[in-house]
Design a protein around this ligand. Sequence first.
Ligand code: DMJ
Length: 634
Amino acid sequence: MHPPSRQDYISINFAGQGSGSYNNSKQWRRQSCWRKWKQLSRLQRSLILVLLFICGIASYPAVTEQLRGLTDGDPETKSNSVFPHVLPEAVKQDQPPLPTSQRKLSNKRGPPVLQNRLQKKENASNTVVEDKASDSKKEGEEGVISWRGAVIDTDQATESTKDGENKEGSPANQKVQLSVKSAIWREAVQEAFRHAWKGYKDFAWGHDELRPLSKSYSEWFGLGLTLIDALDTMWILGLKEEFEEAKTWVAAELTFNKNVDVNLFESTIRILGGLLSTYHLTGDTLFLDKAKDIGSRLMPAFNTPSKIPYSDVNIGKGTAHPPRWTSDSTVAEVTSIQLEFRELSRLTQEPQYQAAVAEVMKQVHKLDGKLDGLVPMFINTNNGQFTHQGIYTLGARADSYYEYLLKQWIQGGKKENELLEDYLQAIEGVKNNLLQKSSPNGLTFVGELSHGQFSPKMDHLVCFLPGTLALGAYNGLPADHMDLAKQLMETCYQMYIQMETGLSPEIVHFNMHQGSTRDIEVKLADRHNLLRPETVESLFYLYRFTKDQKYREWGWRILQNFNKYTKVSSGGYTSINNVRDPDYPSPRDKMESFFLGETLKYLYLLFSDDPNLISLDQYVFNTEAHPLPIWPSN
Ligand code: DMJ
């Protein structure tokens, strides 16, 4: 038996009770507490201490989370500490907080249905955090300066009416919120461009491509490829200073009188296309002169027995040849140089450029070996016939053939019926032969056909197709093209968001068997990401035509993932080897010129609120994202 003073339960006696006196001085309270504590049994004291300890443990995560939120900005960036070369961009003190819907969802994996459900849930629960974000903005920041120089006050987003009622839900206020968001996102693209440009400028100036990790460069043609590819992007993003320094280089250093072999297709879409579009945007004849120079130097490629051009030209010697191992050219390459050469003829009033590329289209239009308008991947430069027949893909080696059918038709004022017929037939061919749905979630995808055998393989390159389909529908082609565009857009986005880094691999395989647990599989050899543009390109078109905000949200998440996994701290971005390993995505040490020429340009245009910034009623983009004018009807 314990003596009565030692109880195994906690009893609380209120001191002073019944005494009639009330003393609330600090000292009295302290002494009183201490007395009470000493009156407790050892067991009671231990129990209280254990309880306090348990409460402390239980509240620890919430407290630390809050503290982290106050100090870190973005906790996700921490994982990058194990990946020393590619560093995340530090969240700057003066940068408005990222929308939480983006941050929180980025680690969620799962099938699209689940993703959508998660998205809805997040959207519902995000309001508070977004409010917090705008509160913190009120305390410390001045506003966001758009590239046109206007100051957009982000406080407008949560402004209250005079009587204290919050206007956040009103359509007018929602519009303001969206435009604030898009201004912030455009700033982020400009920031990304500047960072990429810094790397190029510091370590690869005047050379073809930056190697950001080794702080050096690689040459392909030795023509300053990245600089030329990026010219019109700088103009569109409003980066005047960077544009001027690049222009100075073009004026002083760029010469095509060089004994080098260049690839006809690549130099047409990147160099000729880039110079022509920069001429149109700036009106500066420097770029037109350079365009004429490279255009005329590429013409020897068409001197072949069939008039189907060779793949390579020596622009110094004026000689051309096929690759060493074959006399074939790639179908996409010989049919995706037309927009540029046609425009060169229109500007110079010299018909030979247009004539050469029109001849290619005329021949391909008539060729045997197509399947419902789908073309094989190779064409012989001696006899002008398709080779390696029986294999059909919308990916590598065929992709931009389909894109240029539609775009030439648009460029020429929708008059060239053969181009339209070939395009419409090809889209039917895709629907009938290459379109399937994955299991378990029914993602629509475009596979490949090899001698009658279907393969559920899809290149990231195919993700140009949603944008092209949408562009066709916008120009009066069947409305079901837009439906298909939307379905494929979802698939291309899932190719990013289902990967551990949130970046798409180069190639995916879709599951089609009943009972599959995941829709998308990636083979070991296909796990690389080259900073390609096709998905953000299509997001741009889909947003322009539908104004559905989700496409911008998707683009924003992709940009954040590029920043997280491919940004190199000393400047530039790098291709990576493994999109499935967020701890070590394995950098490849190369920044492709199309990251500046296309990827960042399309992201910026996706976030632009101005549909006249490269109006799709006035311009058609070549396959390297260089806008060329739609010809006036006269
Ligand atoms: C670019 O050079 C062009 O977009 C081309 O049509 C396909 N490959 C790259 C980008 O992925």
